[in-house]
Each structure stands twice: as C-alpha cells, then as structure tokens.
Design a binder for this molecule. Sequence first.
Ligand SMILES: Cc1ncc(COP(=O)(O)O)c(C=O)c1O
Length: 395
Amino acid sequence: MGISEKIRQSMTEGSWIRRMFEEGAVLKQRYGDENVFDLSIGNPVMEPPPEFRRELRKLAENPFPGMHRYMPNAGYEETRAAVAEQLSRETSIEFTAGDIVMTCGAAGGMNVTLRAILNPGEEVILFAPYFLEYINYVDNASGTLKILPTDEQFLPKLDYFETAVGPKTKCVIINSPNNPAGVVYSEDLLRDLGEIIRKKETEYGTQIFVLSDEAYCRLIYDALEFPTPLCCHRQGVAVRSHSKDLALPGERIGYIAVHPDCDNHDDLIAGLAFCNRTLGFVNAPALMQHVVRHLQSVTISIAEYQRKRDFLYGSLVEMGYSLMKPQGAFYLFPRAPVEDDVAFVRELQEHLVLTVPGSSFGGPGHIRISYCVDDRALEGSLDGFRKVAGKHGLC
Ligand SMILES: Cc1ncc(COP(=O)(O)O)c(C=O)c1O
C-alpha cells in the first residue's frame, strides 16, 4: 500500500548516497561535525563567484514588470542567445538562441531530452562507471538501458561499442568529464565513436543521438581542452548546468543545446520545450535565467579544485592506493584494496570517513571520493585512509 512497488524498489536499490548522507548525519550528531569527514556527496563547498551576487543585487534593486511571470517553456530569448554566444565561442559550432532550451539543471535537461526522443523500449547505451541517476532517468522515459564496460582508463572499448549498437539503439549517453571517474574523452575517441554511430545509422536506417552530459565541462585541470562530443556527431544534444561551474546546485539552472545541423532540429526543440512543460518543470527559474545571462564566461576558481585534487590524489598515491589522476570534475575513483567495495566503505566509515561504493556507479571494486569539500575534511580524512591502507598492507 502507499507508494508504488516500483518506486519502493528503486528507492532501495539506488540509495547509497542517501544512505551515507543519513548515516553521516547520525555520526555527526554523535561525534561532532568537525570529527566526521564527509566525502560522499558532490555538493560544492565553494560559494558562487562575486559576479553572481552583483547580478542578483542589480535585479533586486531594479525590478522590472513581468520579471516573475510565466515565459515561453524554452526560456527567455535573451538568455538563450547569451548561452548560444558563449557556446559558439567555446566550440567550433555556431549556435543560436533557437538551439537552446533552458532547464532545471542538468538533471532536468537529461530527463527532458530522454523523454523527448525515446519511444518505449528503445535502447540507451551507457558506459560504466556512470552517474547513478541515469538509471532512473532512462526508466522515467520508458527506455531500456544497455550498459557497457570500459577499459582500465574508464574509456569506452570501441569493439564492444560497435557490437552493442543495434537497430533499437536511439541514444548514447556520454559523460565527459565523468562522474565518478573524472576522465575526459579525447577528440580522437569521440571521432571514433561518431564514426561507428554513423555506420550503424546507415546500416539500420535509424537516427542515433549522442546525449552529452556536460555538467562538469568547465571543471577541467592541467589546462586540458574540453572537446564536446557534438563536434563529432551532428545528431547531438548537450546538457549543461551551472550547478558546478557557478556553484549554484540549489538554484536548478542549466540548459540543453541541440546541434544546429541535427536532423528534425525544429521538431526536437519543440519536443524539448513541450517536455519541459509536461514533466512539470514548466520552465527554468526566471530569476536565475536573468542572472546567468550575464555570467556565461564566469566560473568559480578551477585552480582551487585542482589544488584539492592534487592534495588528495597525491596523499592517496603515497599511501599505496591505486587510482587514476582525474582530468576533470571533482571525484577520485580509487580501487578498493579488497574485492568488496561496500565492506571497504564500511571500514572507512569506522574511521569516520564517508565515501560511496563504486558498485552503485556500475564500478564494483572501487570507491568514489568527492573532493569538493573544505580542506578540513580532506586533511581530516587522511588518518582514516592511512589506517585502512595499513590494515590491507598498502603501506
Ligand atoms: C554527471 C552528472 N550529471 C548531472 C548531474 C545533475 O546536475 P544538476 O544539479 O545540474 O541537475 C550531476 C550532479 O551531480 C552529475 O554528476
């Protein structure tokens, strides 16, 4: 009785981050906030850049009539134009306002896109490890998931991919920089993926979308360039967000960008706007659209995240953990020194260090560590990591 069986089951299966959050709250109550080192959740500790408050203040001091009313479901024309201008600067693609739909964050954008393109039962290809919410998003749109393994660098295996794309494949989700692995796909790899997709489109007479989740595209380190997958496939939809680059996750502001040369482009934009409305988002928040219009070239300090990455990565390597140096986002994904990643997360928890098992991201044998936290939590966690490493003979 009460909530649906399906929802109850999904809540039980996909609740690791929530579980750590709840258990963390109990630990914090018992031992004090300052003694629990919560590296489990990707909630940026940084405050938005000063330009954000400046724009907010301008609006509060100079309100204009109608600024809180309903608007076209795709968002304000001026905001869409500002987003398109910045996107054109960052990529080699000429976007216009007509290619953009403003959304309630990347989560809203992913749901709206999947809903707009999928017929029930059509397949979505996903590479593991993946952002765990995709499972729910694809289910929300009645799609079927095909999850593919990746190589030791967490990059797609092209032969597996080629075999997996079939007549029912409608969409390939690419998440670069990746949550949880932090890997960034190179332009060469994206070109290879695009070629395989086009070969399969010709073979089956289908249209296969690349759905590129670019929530972390501005959080890139060591001066690496971010190549958008849209450069390598014109049936492409990019989903972006200001949750991470402007540290505004609570404000729910992001957007969808459709490749200007995508087949049935105008139909798709109309479908996206329709789904924005009918999924109940209606439109992205008005106030935030007014604000981010002027902040398209602004970000929080990327150098600060890089410093945190270097600190924790360097410390874990020194302790003997095996992990790849992430090129973007704000997560580390080390191998657990025991097979059972859940047991390993529990061991760390005994030392008041909170992480998430890799198996909940389709990456068993690993743990996900979020380093978008304050330095106190990073420094405080080292003792626990060291003790557990010692216990397993890493150092
Ligand atoms: C890969 C990925 N996509 C989408 C989202 C959702 O972001 P938003 O807050 O913009 O909805 C997240 C949030 O952590 C994420 O990690």
